[in-house]
Design a protein around this ligand. Structure first.
Ligand code: HSE
Length: 297
């Protein structure tokens, strides 16, 4: 009658895959507790670590839980407790963790009625509440784990991408907030065909490199001509942090989701640690508050 879950932080876009790629972090995520009640409603009794609405209709976890209980015509209610370990506006899929965590846990309480694809669709409703767009890259990564590709939105088609176990992510989060809704407004609605060709070629390269553990190909493909150039001015010293990571041997680095977090991917923990130190140094020297995470995928 009670489910306790870990809802992972996620890195969306992965440089070239704007709205189409994402991966989940093993070492960072929220904890959530879901308890069946006989009240027939969804309540939120505890939220720690962030200022979020307790009203179920305004809270992404609450919205997703309500939808699923209605859809399944369940005869019970649920109380939700949320322990946030990373904050909204970080670019690490905070709302997606709440939404997908809720979808996953409610499904457990319902006896695993729904598939991962269906859970992703439910969780996307939470993203609408959080940022106004039904984006799947963060929620699908949180639900499936590892790397995912959102191959299509209508109908939704999620592809799990195998990836080498040696891949380690380093993430630095300058302590400012970037709202996804605002960061989406700076992306131009149209891109020139030459840019599109370069971008989709890199997505193909990245997917192939992940499949075959070709680290050079992964490295060459971690390039973004679409979101990064339009958004990097929102992130303090983005180029310096990115260059420092690559100089220390990172395969690539870019904006995590809609920012302000910056992610780097490295082969092995030792390189990821060196990359973390180099990223640290930039923000320390510039007196910028930050948090840093190192995680397997
Ligand atoms: N793909 C999204 C964006 C991620 O970059 O705006 C945020 O959910």
């Amino acid at each position: 009658n009670q489910v306790k879950i870990f809802a992972p932080a996620t890195v969306a876009n992965v440089s070239c895959g704007y709205d189409a790629m994402g991966f989940a972090l093993q070492a960072l995520g929220d904890e959530m507790v879901f308890t069946k009640t006989d009240s027939n409603v969804v309540t939120i009794s505890k939220i720690e670590g962030a200022e979020l609405p307790f009203e179920a209709d305004k809270n992404v976890a609450g919205v997703v839980a309500k939808l699923m209980l209605e859809d399944s015509k369940s005869d019970f209610g649920v109380d939700i407790q949320i322990f946030k370990k990373f904050i909204p506006g970080s670019g690490l899929g905070s709302s997606a963790a709440s939404a997908s965590g809720s979808a996953f846990a409610i499904n457990q309480l319902l006896g695993n009625k729904y598939s991962n694809l269906e859970l992703t669709k439910f969780a996307m409703h939470g993203e609408v509440v959080a940022c106004g767009s039904a984006i799947a890259d963060n929620v699908a990564a949180a639900i499936y784990g590892g790397f995912i590709l959102v191959r299509n939105y209508q109908p939704l088609d999620i592809v799990e991408i195998p990836s080498p176990s040696e891949l380690v992510a380093t993430i630095i989060h300058p302590q400012i907030e970037v709202k996804t809704e605002d960061a989406r407004k700076v992306i131009k609605p149209e891109i020139p065909i030459k840019t599109a060709i370069a971008q989709w070629a890199n997505v193909g390269g990245l997917i192939s490199g992940l499949h075959t553990s070709d680290f050079d190909l992964i490295s060459r493909s971690l390039v973004d001509y679409v979101a990064e150039p339009a958004r990097k001015h929102l992130i303090p010293h983005f180029d310096a942090v990115k260059n420092a990571a690559i100089e220390q041997g990172a395969l690539g680095a870019g904006i995590s989701g809609s920012g302000p977090s910056i992610f780097a991917l490295s082969k092995g923990v030792e390189t990821a640690n060196n990359v973390a130190e180099a990223m640290n140094k930039i923000y320390k020297d510039k007196n910028i508050d930050y948090k840093i995470y190192i995680s397997r995928i």
